[in-house]
Design a protein around this ligand. Sequence first.
Ligand code: ZN
Length: 285
Amino acid sequence: MPELPEVETTRKGILPKTDQQTIQRLIVRNPHLRWKVDADLVHILPGLKIHQISRRGKYLLLQTEEGTLLIHLGMSGNLRVLPIGTPAQKHDHIDLELENGWLLRLNDPRRFGAFLWHSHSSGELEKHPLLAKLGPEPLSDAFNGDYFYQQTRNRTVAIKTLVMNSHIVVGAGNIYANESLFLSGIHPQTPANTLSRAQCETLANHIKQVLAAAIEQGGTTLKDFMAPDGKPGYFVQKLHVYGRDNLACSVCGTPIERMVLNQRASYFCPHCQPLKRTKVKTKAK
Ligand SMILES: [Zn+2]
């Protein structure tokens, strides 16, 4: 599944050929994505200029003078930039043809992606239902140890579940939650409210670190966005625990363990990430 680093890499990959370009034509071969693509867009989009391509969480935002296109890659989507006239392959559902002779093509085999229009007249983009409740961007200053500490105080949920809650912070998907907890020496099942301020600081910093490293690694794949085949924006980074159950911990050699937490596979080193049981106060008799 494309995670935040893949989406950010996609943004950078499509930017050179799409930024400041005027849309000439929209071709929708299959409108049945997660939400049906608005049929009126083939009339609305031509003539509009893409003046900014930004990202919020895992949404790509193509901003024009009339409104913004929200694109989400869902479970299996990818975007590529190809010369106009490049034959469409299976699952190439949408083309956005640009005046410079290139097109932006959305391929999405499982069709959980989104291609939505938000016109300026329908209100502020930040208040869009899909964006309004998102927590801060992990690489922004708004996400830091203090913020994270405050968010954990009244919550007894497992810390890994909290990290993956997009209302708390966006973009810490399963791989990145597992990896940052390992680097922080925190067991995924630790109740959030038992973490110290220092642990929250460490964890927030490691979330930033693993995401930034993945984005940097994604930079090596940018040329793939203009390749006729392949799956641009997908890359494998060196992982410490994710998918490594029964393999030796890279720090101490203890076999990595796997458990299911909130229906997601969770990997940890029982030695480096001990689960500290909170002491139950018992009344002296
Ligand atoms: Zn270990």
